[in-house]
Design a protein around this ligand. Sequence first.
Ligand code: MN
Length: 262
Amino acid sequence: MSPPQSALSPARWIDFHCHLDLYPNHRELIAQCDAYGIATVAVTTTPKAWPRNREIAAGSKHVRVALGLHPQLVTERAHEIDEFEKHLPESRYVGEVGLDGGPRYFRSLPRQREIFGHVLTLCASQGEKILTVHSVRAVKDVLDMIEKYSAHGRGRVVLHWFTGTTAQARRATDIGCYFSINGRMLDKPANRALVQSLPLERLLTETDGPFVTIGGRPAEPKDVARTVAKLASLRSLGEPEMAQQLLQNLRSLVSLPQGQSI
Ligand code: MN
């Protein structure tokens, strides 16, 4: 890995989904993102976490905080949807939101659908939001809901840790979704095949740290470098070309002309 760049360097890598506030060294990691030039979306799991996250990341060049209400927390936190609504005008990025139909959470799916539906409606009415969306064992539902939302054409969706079928990936692509890929996903041959089938111009990278670990320690934003390398070899590109492609994808996602800070 090359040495850190100055704090004012342009982004060179992307961590589009990292729970920075769940690490004991939250501030250090923000400094790491700025030092290495890692355009990072700091996702949150409850709207109550928003004000403090925002305050801590306020001086950062490369970290953007996302306002979230995690589907796994809907049972206990659904009432915080009012806080979500209150803070939404302050945030361009939204996440972590979505649905989880896994064994521990499927019972709350009806409530999760209500909350996610409300989140999508609010985002559609305010416009220009960029969402990072969880879809574990609920891909069809999530895509159905996003399709309705995307019909408004005023927001963008990134599917985080997507593990649907190739047909579902094609459907997601057709409705305009991007995909953020983490290193853990690429450990499984089936996921590698899926990622290989995704359009190059819709790929982003993420860590989903601290939930994803590397050699027993939580993944950190700078670990996306490994994912860029894996993606490059998977798609038969050089690492610099893959890194450039990912940055270009991020620019189109956030619709910024080249050279401007993300
Ligand atoms: Mn996550």
